[in-house]
Ligand binder design. Structure first.
Ligand code: SF4
Ligand code: SF4
Length: 302
């Protein structure tokens, strides 16, 4: 059993308890305007091109089996993405690492071996593995088998989910999951659809399921200026969390940033929120106070 992996990132301290290794899967059912991992949205392999690293040697064009790259002397190569199959041959020959293959097939065992290497750090910090994406619930067989192996090896397990997956996928993964990071983006289903491409009913239902399962859950809300930070949505989100009936219940605000912008450029995709600046700290604190006033434990991830 294998999956396309875009990255395995060690020593993360922002994706669950302790020091963690984050496994980024490829493929997501949502298409959020503010996504900072655009290379994880498509379920297929994609090639990224980092222009600033390219020395214009032309080597990549000579190996492409689909003649998808045109390279003229002294100019940056141009990729015809309609011809590109994501085979990765150009990436393999580019010594400058200007061409990056997003989506490498890896088996459960290969990912497990990569994660196991940092077990000493997990033990010392209370950390473990976090499967992120992309969307773990779109690959429940792979994820549940990977997490099962980790638990067998005494490695703490976490998934980071948008909640946009089938109930059966969620129920398949939960028995092997110790901790869930669960995103809430907008409580209005119509606006959720406008900004992410999909309505939110499935997500809200899955939120109820994870809470009633008794697993440890931290909700997370990307706070996007002008999109979901208005008082009406914050109140609706707080009311929803309160209605879940779990005490205490926690949410972490994730402040909007533009760290993914370079990846959009590498994929020749326009950056959807160009020109949008981050929230001022005081604005985020106002939102935090609104959650706290409803009895919800609210923190800000800066
Ligand atoms: S092989 Fe790498 S450095 Fe050479 S032209 Fe292609 S992308 Fe640029
Ligand atoms: S990934 Fe493969 S098909 Fe795509 S541009 Fe590179 S060599 Fe060509």
């Amino acid at each position: 059993m294998s999956s396309l992996i875009t990255n395995i990132q060690g020593y993360s301290i922002h994706d669950g308890p302790g020091i963690r290794t984050v496994v980024f899967l490829k493929g997501c059912g949502l298409n959020c305007l503010w996504c900072s991992n655009p290379e994880c949205i498509s379920p297929y392999p994609e090639i990224g091109f980092i222009k600033t690293l390219c020395t214009k040697c032309g080597q990549c064009a000579t190996v492409c089996p689909n003649e998808a790259i045109s390279a003229k002397p002294g100019q940056l190569p141009v990729t015809n993405r309609e011809r590109c199959s994501g085979c990765g041959a150009c990436s393999a020959v580019c010594v400058q690492e200007a061409r990056v293959l997003y989506g490498k097939p890896m088996s459960v065992d290969e990912v497990f071996e990569a994660v196991k290497g940092d077990q000493l750090f997990y033990q010392a910090s209370g950390g473990g593995i976090t499967v992120s994406g992309g969307e773990p619930l779109l690959q429940p067989r792979f994820v549940s088998e990977l997490l099962r192996k980790c638990k067998q090896a005494d490695i703490h397990t976490c998934i980071e989910t948008s909640g946009y997956g089938s109930e059966s996928a969620l129920r398949q993964v939960m028995p092997y999951t110790d901790y869930i990071l669960f995103d809430l983006k907008h409580l209005s289903s119509a606006l959720h659809r406008r900004y992410t491409g999909k309505p939110n009913e499935l997500i809200l239902n899955n939120a109820k399921i994870v809470i009633s399962s008794g697993l440890e859950v931290l909700f997370r809300m990307p706070l996007i200026p002008g999109i979901n930070d208005d008082p009406q949505n914050i109140r609706a989100t707080a009311d929803f969390l309160y209605s879940l009936g779990k005490k205490p219940i926690a949410i972490q605000l994730m402040l909007y940033h533009q760290l993914g912008k370079g990846k959009y450029e590498s994929l020749d995709k326009p950056y959807p929120l160009a020109g949008l600046s981050a929230l001022e700290p005081e604005q985020a604190e106002t939102v935090q106070e609104m959650f706290k006033a409803r009895g919800i434990d609210c923190t800000i991830s800066r």
